[in-house]
Design a protein around this ligand. Sequence first.
Ligand code: OSB
Ligand code: MG
Length: 373
Amino acid sequence: MRLSSARLDEIALDLVEPFETSFGVEKRRRFLLLRLESRDGLVGYGECVASTDPLYSSESNLSARDMLARHFLPGILGASDLSPEKFRATVARFRGNSMSKAAVETALVDLAAKERGVSVARFLGASRARIPVGVSVGIQPSVAALVRRVGEYLEDGYARVKLKVKPGWDDGPVGAVRRAYPDLDLWVDANQAYPPSAVGAIRSWAERHRVAQVEQPFPERAIRAHAKLARGAPFRVCLDESIVDPESLEDALDAGAVTSVNVKVGRVGGLLTGRSLAVRAARSGVPAWVGGMLESGIGRAHNVALAARPEMTLPGDLSASDRYYRQDLIERPFLLGPGSTLEVPKGPGIGVEVSERAIRRYRRSTKTFRPAR
Ligand code: OSB
Ligand code: MG
């Protein structure tokens, strides 16, 4: 297979409500969308999960655009071997830039799966028809608003809730949600907001409020602080930002710093690496689950396919389309199904029909790259 074109669109989608984390507030997601077309007319899509500002990690839309245009797209536009494995090997010498690499890798996985006539889930060796999901709840204007918002999500059918926390928005709000919903599967995520000296304080409120999982409380390199928190804790310590490749997972496992792995396709550079991290964690008896970056239906479809793997034993941050956007970029939005689940698409590739009309409506710019001849 050879490519005839690569189209890079910049999309702007308004969130249904602002999403506030310890690092900032997002009202609208601006992101790059990659559409690859092969000479025989197959089309593969990949979503780049970088944002305008490098707040979650060091990548931004501008750095991603530069990496894609200068380093990653020229390589595949001239290539005869378009397998995702080959791409991963070819770009391994470029440091970092995982989100940009993942945009290409996921689009190539979509193409490869379509060429074989199988779903991305099947391509990844996954077989579940539905996957358990939860919802990630941003920092709210007040504790009362948070309790109300969580209640609405429970009414929608979500069975697991992850609260965004930060210093000053933890013990009080988490305790209020716990008192309102005594049986809730309650997780928290701090996106690196605490200093390592906060181990004792976090342990105290997380234990008192029966938090099931504490995600990335400390800076990404603070592996020992996470290990200290995990020692004898009645909750799981989940790493998100700290796990960027197989080596960082290996070290975190060895240090006892991780008892749950958030696998984000963008953060680790693609679906294949994401799968291998989950397999490695499972070998140490550590559960994995698929995290999210407020993706549109396109990135979501890739995430849902990965979440169908047997190693993904915890509910993902993969909510229904309407939790994020009024209009998605796919024809039929993801809907929340019975038992707090999403259905894994069965059709070829990502298995969702992309709305080119919606893309034209929400894109701010577009550029098409073609093979040099
Ligand atoms: O840390 O998991 C995170 C969204 C943006 C950046 C970082 C994170 C998140 C989420 C949202 O928690 C998960 C979702 O897409 O539903
Ligand atoms: Mg996180």
